[in-house]
Design a protein around this ligand. Structure first.
Ligand code: PGA
Length: 250
């Protein structure tokens, strides 16, 4: 079975609810007949409801950018998977490099979140990727192996079916520097091989691995043409409806 590409928008900490609604009003008609790829929009928590209301009936799914690993509890400022489910969110980004860098998320925490997401049937988009110093030191493969093992620890092949991994080289995020399609494909195959080691060939063959890091309308086609690349996680270029629609319609 071919892997259905997934294109996800990561709006980060941008857009009020009104701005989110305005985006959806302009974006949805541009992708109205799009069936080839799965499309997911991940707004801030405060915009999830309005984006879900706008997306109803459109085929566009809505996800969160983070969540806590507990169902509920005394965790001031956090959002639980049950709260996301109650709104109708279907996806959740986990372990984004900005969460790792600014909020001290480790592979261990991301692993806990991943297990909770799977328990609650939220489709996790789990991020891995090396920083510039690691790439320059020739440690990309080592980092990808460590992160892949860490985030997937204790998860079985049958549990892993819904998981989506996003390879996001940190040096390419928001910098305008994209990994070349070949470089990205190489990293994806490192991840896929390790998933085969951990969870078997079938899980690895069905696993969708997205590329993220300065994906734009003018480089989306070349990236998506790589067999190893099963979609994109788009930050900056997903904030504008025209530009995100062009990426989706690569
Ligand atoms: P970018 O962000 O497209 O702005 O580089 C990607 C991401 O952080 O997911």
């Amino acid at each position: 079975m071919p892997r259905k590409p997934l294109i996800a928008a990561n709006w980060k900490m941008y857009k009020t609810p009104v701005q989110s609604q305005e985006f959806m009003k302009l974006f949805l008609p541009l992708v109205a007949n799009h069936g080839r790829d799965e499309i997911v929009v991940c707004p801030s928590f405060t915009s999830i409801s309005v984006v879900i209301a706008a997306a109803t009936g459109s085929g566009v799914a809505v996800g969160a950018q983070n969540m806590h690993f507990a169902d509920e509890g005394a965790f001031t400022g956090e959002t639980s998977p049950l709260m996301l489910k109650a709104l109708g969110a279907t996806h959740v980004i986990l372990g984004h490099s900005e969460r790792r860098q600014y909020f001290a998320e480790t592979d261990e925490i991301i692993n806990k979140k991943l297990k909770t997401a799977l328990q609650h049937q939220l489709i996790p988009i789990v991020c891995v990727g090396e920083v510039l110093a690691e790439r320059e030191a020739g440690k990309t493969e080592e980092v990808l192996l460590r992160q892949t093992r860490g985030v997937l620890a204790g998860i079985t092949a049958s549990e892993a079916v819904p998981i989506v991994i996003a390879y996001e080289p940190v040096w390419a995020i928001g910098t305008g520097k994209t990994a070349t399609p070949q470089l990205a494909a190489e990293a994806h195959s490192v991840i896929r091989k390790e998933v085969a080691n951990l969870l078997g060939a079938e899980t690895a063959a069905n696993l969708r691995i997205l590329y993220g890091g300065s994906v734009k309308p003018d480089n989306a086609t070349a990236l998506m043409n790589e067999e190893e690349i099963d979609g994109a996680l788009v930050g900056g270029a997903s904030l504008d409806p025209q530009s995100f629609a062009k990426i989706v319609n690569y």
